[in-house]
Design a protein around this ligand. Structure first.
Ligand SMILES: [Zn+2]
Ligand SMILES: [Zn+2]
Length: 359
């Protein structure tokens, strides 16, 4: 009897040591980009909103009207009053709920720390929802279009739609070379061109180009003034307007290795996003999608996800050479799937267990 138990314990220890080899590591979900810390820049636009953390219905805070203006600006309040109360009322709760749903974050109806961090993140200036002022947006499940689903139309009988783009003569930045900026945009346009039957060509004549790229600071005459460091980074207009503007107050970067600033923004990520607007996509609720509204400093997000691809192909059809790649999957669309060969592990474990029982 004693020998029987001793033998059983030995098998159990052997089993435990084998399990480590059979299951070498826990399969973890893909790592999300780091969140933007609330106190990253005390001078950044919207940094004062951190004082509203944990506010819920009934709370009253001096300055909460500014937060209401923020939501009004991005299409969450269909209200054109310039004056708002500082109280967290029923209407404001419904605004917070709508925002949390759109951003794909936990829907609590409170200004929990995750929600406030999200609000403070730098973002695109294009509105998230339809209001009487901003003629946006037909919302699908995840990707979205502008109201009426505008897109560029073919003017000649060429096989593919041809769009030209040009850079402004007088409104560019000088700390990144012109050739580097051209390369950034060539790659950004190329990503969209690989999914849809549209060709993009750089031309010299800014005046006649379909897509006009420029850097502006503050009020620059289109009714959408920029706001300084972080806050709104850039904006673009729906088809077939073609204007694409970047905020000169940002520290634009093409390579974080050579840019030490903690508020540096990746030019290529923002360019790829804004070209999506130029082509007719509005904001997506899929966090990993290029068309998600916000982007933290020092984060690079240039790869189109399936949500972006499905949205743009709904408008323009598919490029015949389009090829799906696994990098297009996002956390939401991929999920966990057992990998090939995993059944071998389960069979091994089962055999070991049977072995213990027989012993
Ligand atoms: Zn945008
Ligand atoms: Zn503008």
């Amino acid at each position: 009897m004693y020998r029987y138990y001793r033998y059983n314990i030995l098998v159990f220890i052997l089993l435990l040591s084998l399990i480590q080899h059979v299951f070498p590591a826990r399969i973890l979900p893909p790592i999300s980009p780091p969140e933007f810390p609330i106190n990253l820049s005390a001078n950044a636009t919207w940094h004062t909103f951190s004082k509203f953390t944990n506010a819920g219905k009934g709370a009253s805070f001096s300055g909460m009207s500014e937060l209401k203006k923020y939501f009004q600006r991005f299409g969450y309040l269909d209200n054109f009053s310039d004056t708002f109360s500082d109280t967290f009322d029923d209407e404001f709760e419904s605004v917070v709920l709508k925002y949390q749903k759109k951003m794909g974050i936990p829907v609590t109806g409170r200004l929990d720390s995750g929600t406030v961090s999200q609000i403070m993140l730098p973002r695109c200036g294009v509105s998230d929802y339809i209001t009487r002022k901003h003629k946006i947006i037909h919302v699908s499940k995840k990707y979205a279009f502008f109201d009426g689903e505008p897109r560029w139309r073919q003017t000649s009988k060429t096989e593919n739609l041809m769009l030209t783009y040009a850079f402004s003569d007088g409104h560019m930045i000088d700390y990144i070379s012109y050739s580097e900026i051209r390369d950034v945009f060539q790659r950004s346009f190329g990503r969209w061109a690989s999914t849809i039957p549209v060709n993009f060509t750089e031309v010299d004549d800014y005046r006649t180009a379909d897509i006009k790229i420029a850097f502006y600071g503050g009020d620059h005459g289109d009714g959408e003034p920029f706001d300084g460091v972080l806050g709104v980074l850039a904006h673009a207009f729906s088809p077939e307007n073609g204007r694409l503007h970047f905020d000169t107050a940002e520290t634009w970067a093409v390579d974080f290795g050579s840019t030490g600033s903690n508020v540096a923004i990746d030019l290529e990520s923002v360019a790829t996003h804004e070209i999506g607007h130029i082509l007719g996509l509005a904001h997506s609720s899929v966090k990993e999608a290029v068309m998600y509204p916000s982007l933290g400093p020092r984060i690079r997000k240039v790869d189109l996800k399936m949500d972006d691809v499905k949205g743009i192909q709904t408008l323009y059809g598919s490029n015949p050479n389009f090829r799906y790649t696994p990098s297009m999957e996002s956390d939401i669309s991929s999920g966990y799937r057992p990998v090939r060969g995993e059944w071998v592990k389960w069979v091994t474990l089962l055999v070991l267990l049977v072995g213990v029982l027989v012993c």
